[in-house]
Each structure stands twice: as C-alpha cells, then as structure tokens.
Design a protein around this ligand. Structure first.
Ligand SMILES: [Fe+2]
Length: 199
C-alpha cells in the first residue's frame, strides 16, 4: 500500500497546519467540541492502539477535508483526540485518514463521500466533523482510520460506538479497546479517541 502521506505535498501540509485551530472548529450547537483537554490522559509506556483490517472499502488519495457533513444526511458527530507516542508525547503533523459508510450503510467506492484526511496540529490534536455511519450486514457501527506519523508504520484500525452493545457483541471484528468515548451535544454527538502509535 502506498503510505497516504506520500500523496500529499509539503506545501499542503504546511497550509493545513497553519489553519488548524480548535477555535475555528466551533459549530452551531457543537461548541462543546472545543473542550479537548490541554494534555491527554495517558500512562507511559502506553500500549499501541490495536490494529484491525482495513476491510474491502479503503480508497487511497482521499481529499484533505475536515468537515464531511456535506457528503450525505445523518446525525452529526465530531470525532477528535490526540495522536501520541507510547511515552504519551503528542505527535504533530500526523496524518489521519477517515472513511466510513453513509447512514444507509453504503460506502462510496466510486468517489470520496465520507472519505477524508487531516493532520494533527502542533499539540497533536485532530478533529473531523462527519455523520454517524449506518450499519451494513455483518458489522456493528464503526469508523475506519489510518494514522501515519513520520517514518512510523501506518496504523490501520477501526473505531466503535459504546452505545451499540448488542451489535458490538455480535461483531466478530469488534475490539473493546477501540471504543470511542461518545457524549451527546446540542446538534450532534462528540466522539473522542486517542491513538497511540508504535515506535
Ligand atoms: Fe467498514
């Protein structure tokens, strides 16, 4: 697989980082999304985030895009967190590639609906605004992600919703260590997950 960061120019990375400020991410009714703590909760040495299959629907070269809400209907969710080393040090400039099904459980395999990537800011924070994905046969509700920082190996994994207890238990891929913390907010939900990359 081609590392996703190799597809993005340094100029675009610099432009994106300079534009990334949590204050600029405030949404109507989702002001709580700005409340990431100054430092992540992490005890070194932390275990690396578990890897999972990318599945059959990964498409390389996703667009640089933070707000995916225009890609289809559904309830809004702000997904945010840190990218950390096993020593709990934030990693700036790490690439996060997100892809997921639409509210009807369909992936866009011809284009880039509900596909996009972002970079962590100087404090190691990332954030997406998207729609809550629907179910498709055999799977519980989930996001797919790839995370890459520098020369470290690409982390490919999936994120899960804690409120889907029954569906999570039935899913043969589900891993409880990959549950997001999800809280309600006016106008949507807030999903939080911190990625820990292997050395
Ligand atoms: Fe999937």
């Amino acid at each position: 697989m081609t590392p996703p960061s190799s597809l993005v120019t340094r100029r675009r990375l610099t432009a994106n980082l300079s534009a990334f400020g949590l204050a600029s991410l405030a949404l109507p009714g989702l002001a709580e999304a700005q409340a990431l703590p100054a430092t992540p909760a992490c005890e070194a040495p932390a275990s690396g985030t578990r890897r999972q299959t990318e599945g059959p629907y990964f498409t390389p070269s996703s667009p640089l895009k933070r707000d995916l809400r225009g890609d289809g209907p559904g309830d809004a969710l702000v997904l945010s967190g840190f990218v950390l080393t096993r020593q709990c040090q934030p990693l700036s400039g790490a690439l996060i590639d997100l892809w997921h099904a639409d509210t009807g459980g369909q992936y866009d395999n011809a284009g880039f609906r509900f596909r996009g990537h972002q970079y962590t800011d100087a404090q190691g924070r990332y954030q997406f605004i998207t729609r809550i994905p629907g179910f498709y046969p055999g799977r519980t509700r989930h996001f797919h992600v790839k995370v890459q920082a520098g020369s470290r190996p690409v982390l490919t994994t999936q994120l899960y919703f804690p409120e889907e207890r029954a569906a999570n238990q039935r899913d043969r891929i589900f891993d409880a260590s990959l549950l997001m913390t999800v809280t309600g907010a006016t106008g949507g939900q807030l999903g939080r997950f911190d990625f820990v990359l292997a050395d």
